[in-house]
Design a protein around this ligand. Structure first.
Ligand SMILES: Cc1ncc(COP(=O)(O)O)c(C=O)c1O
Length: 652
């Protein structure tokens, strides 16, 4: 973290000199090299400039400026079968890379008598998280794929952190000349990988031995690379820990660091070729706006959730507005909902000149708590409609809410923005409207399926369906059975070709064929999406359950929930970190978390109207401690495990 990086063009020796004059370093370690053996053979000139000329120049500059110079060399310098070669062993490089590394050693010694040259062969992750033999093999094994490793290629590997610790010691001792900085054990690549898989708990049956001699490689290979580290022990009294201990260290550090080179969003859509083709099809030959895909998407969703009708709209927000409107909500009738939702839920009341009221959540389900609903308040506040939100995809207690609504003659609109694919405790799908007048879904990209933007209202009522269809398009109807101005509509008994009629004040809330086509192709993958979310939630449940500073929420609703969000409560006081600090610390681990949601009553638009959280203690307590962790189709088990580890470490 305290490192500063500057860019220098290493091919321009003047540039190097300028930078050195500016920085005035005490030490220069040349770890720069082209190491791909076949590439070096194919590109001898470029690789020579980097592997040889640069080393020579740096050694010379350091000598002239009294800077301590360290050249990182290689174990690829010897042919033959001698094991554990000492620093004095005669060099006999076979390929271009080896020749260049050997030449570089010679020139460094010639130009700088005080230089230190370390011969090594290390394993571990690199700063830029690029894959190398070992990290690539681990990834493949973690994904349960086969890995082939050479059984006739021997080396004495050292873990990069151990190498750096030793290098520091050597620098402190101002060591000079050639020193082998390698591990104690000579292993084949195959045996090495077996050791790694054992410590990493990976399936060693996936590692298959093979022979380098079987491969027709362009450049000749050294097959016995093992070096002796006796001089290191004898002259400098530096001991190297056992290979097993080094691999264990690698395991620990790998777990700690984000080795994925990816930023983990809390939510993210997944699209594939099928989705691209679905949209492209519309672009190429479809009607871009009002085409057949809209009707198709409506049929697919209605069929999936088990409702009679579905009406595609431009967003869930638009859908909630229309549903509220067709329920007859107006300035004399109000709406009751949960304070823990996105503002779109309650804003629907204001769109209809009505007022939203809030009732507290159940602290376990984070949905409206039917136990605290009060008959007397319904009358007092002129509530006509209740809007439960299936929060994070988990079903609200609809059976009880339905009973309450029946008693008080209320309409029910379910806000199922999060809940496509979710079920009630009775096994029916959310959206089947078995407890409600209408249900509204969202296809915003972070939701269960992505439609770019988009929403869908499902209902079993023909009356509502017809009203919704008209309201989503300006209140216009094309259906001549509903025409009121018959004189304008008909030419004798024939419908006038141009004629349509606006019978009520509607909106432009239509979905486009482009969005519908994406919804259609995404629906083909919904089972996969839901399954993956279940698997991820299972890992979180398992890996976080022992964490005393974390409370897992909605656990009893995992089976029914679509698991749009995975939310936990964190005791920020106990971990002595504000939520903001904790979220920022996680970002340093490339992990994005989010708060769902700021309670609606405390948004200034609402608080200025007198809303607050006074009567809503569960919502207040939830908001103070909640955090949504990443959950989406693209996350691998490994990545979720890494996220758990990071969270556990940061809350310890
Ligand atoms: C609970 C809830 N309702 C409604 C909406 C609005 O959805 P849309 O963006 O599709 O309008 C959201 C959006 O996040 C939501 O979370």
């Amino acid at each position: 973290p305290n490192l500063k990086y500057i860019k220098v063009n290493l091919n321009k020796h003047d540039d190097i000199l300028n930078s050195i004059n500016k920085i005035k370093p005490d030490i220069i370690v040349n770890a720069c090299a082209k190491t791909n053996i076949d590439w070096c053979s194919a590109n001898p000139k470029i690789s020579y400039a980097i592997n040889v000329s640069l080393a020579e120049k740096l050694a010379e500059i350091c000598d002239n400026n009294s800077i301590y110079f360290v050249q990182v060399s290689s174990d690829h310098l010897f042919s033959g079968k001698v094991k554990f070669k000492s620093e004095k062993h005669k060099k006999s490089p076979l390929n271009e890379y080896a020749k260049q590394k050997s030449k570089a050693e010679d020139l460094v010694i010639k130009k700088n008598k005080n230089a230190l040259i370390i011969r090594t062969n290390f394993f571990g992750h690199s700063q830029d998280k690029k894959n190398n033999f070992i990290t690539k093999s681990i990834s493949l094994l973690e994904d349960k794929k086969l890995v082939f490793a050479f059984k006739d290629y021997y080396f004495t590997p050292i873990y990069v952190t151990n190498l750096l610790e030793i290098l520091k010691k050597l620098i402190n001792k101002k060591a000079t000349g050639i020193i082998n900085v390698v591990g104690n054990e000579r292993v084949s690549k195959y045996d090495f990988l077996l050791k790694v898989s054992n410590i990493f708990n990976l399936d060693c049956a996936q590692i298959k031995p093979t022979l380098i001699s079987k491969f027709k490689l362009t450049a000749k290979r050294h097959m016995e690379l093992s070096l002796s580290n006796k001089l290191l022990k004898k002259k400098y009294n530096i001991r190297v820990s056992s290979l097993n201990d080094q691999i264990k260290k690698f395991y620990k550090e790998r777990k700690k660091n984000n080795v994925f080179n990816t930023f983990f969003n809390y939510g993210r859509h997944f699209t594939d070729k099928q989705d691209e083709n679905s949209i492209l099809d519309v672009v190429k030959k479809g009607a871009l706006t009002q085409g057949p895909k809209i009707l198709d998407s409506e049929k697919i969703i209605a069929n999936y959730v088990g409702s009679k009708y579905a009406v595609a709209v431009s967003s869930c927000t638009a859908g909630l507005h229309l549903a509220t409107k067709v329920c007859g909500i107006n300035e004399t009738q109000n709406l009751l909902t949960t304070p823990i939702s996105f503002v779109a839920t309650s804003n629907a009341a204001f769109y209809c000149n009505s007022k939203p009221f809030f009732s507290d959540i159940d602290p376990d389900t984070i949905c409206l708590d039917p136990k605290v609903l009060k008959n007397s308040l319904i009358k007092k506040n002129k509530i006509k409609c209740i809007v439960p939100v299936h929060f994070a995809g988990a079903p609200a207690n609809m059976k009880e809410i339905y009973k309450f609504s029946k008693k008080n003659k209320l309409n029910i609109i379910e806000d199922a923005a999060h809940a496509l694919g979710g079920k009630y405790k009775n096994g029916k799908r959310i959206g089947s409207c078995c407890y409600s007048d209408m249900t509204v879904f969202s296809f915003h990209p972070v939701k269960i399926i992505a439609g770019g933007e988009g929403g869908m209202i499902t209902t079993n009522s023909k009356k509502y369906y017809q009203k919704l269809i008209a309201l989503r398009t300006h209140g216009i109807t094309q259906d001549y059975s509903n025409f009121q101005n018959l004189k304008e509509a008909f030419d004798k008994k024939e419908k006038n070709l141009w004629y349509y009629e606006m019978n009520s004040l509607g909106y432009h809330y239509r979905q486009t064929d482009l969005h519908s086509s994406l919804i259609i192709s995404q629906m083909k993958k919904i089972d996969l999406f839901l399954k993956r979310r279940s698997e991820i939630a299972e890992i979180y449940d398992l890996k976080l359950k022992k964490n005393k500073n974390i409370e897992i929420l909605q656990k009893d609703l995992r089976k029914e929930s679509s698991k749009h969000l995975y939310i936990v409560k964190i005791n920020f006081k106990k971990i002595k970190k504000s939520r903001n600090r904790f979220m920022r610390d996680l970002i340093l681990h490339n992990i994005q978390t989010q708060v769902h949601y700021i309670p609606i009553p405390i948004h200034p638009f609402y608080s200025k109207k007198g809303y607050d959280l006074k009567q809503l203690p569960n919502a207040k307590n939830y908001y103070e401690m909640c955090l949504s962790l990443p959950i989406h189709y693209n996350l691998t088990n490994r990545q979720v495990n890494y996220i758990c580890q990071s969270i556990n470490d940061l809350t310890a």
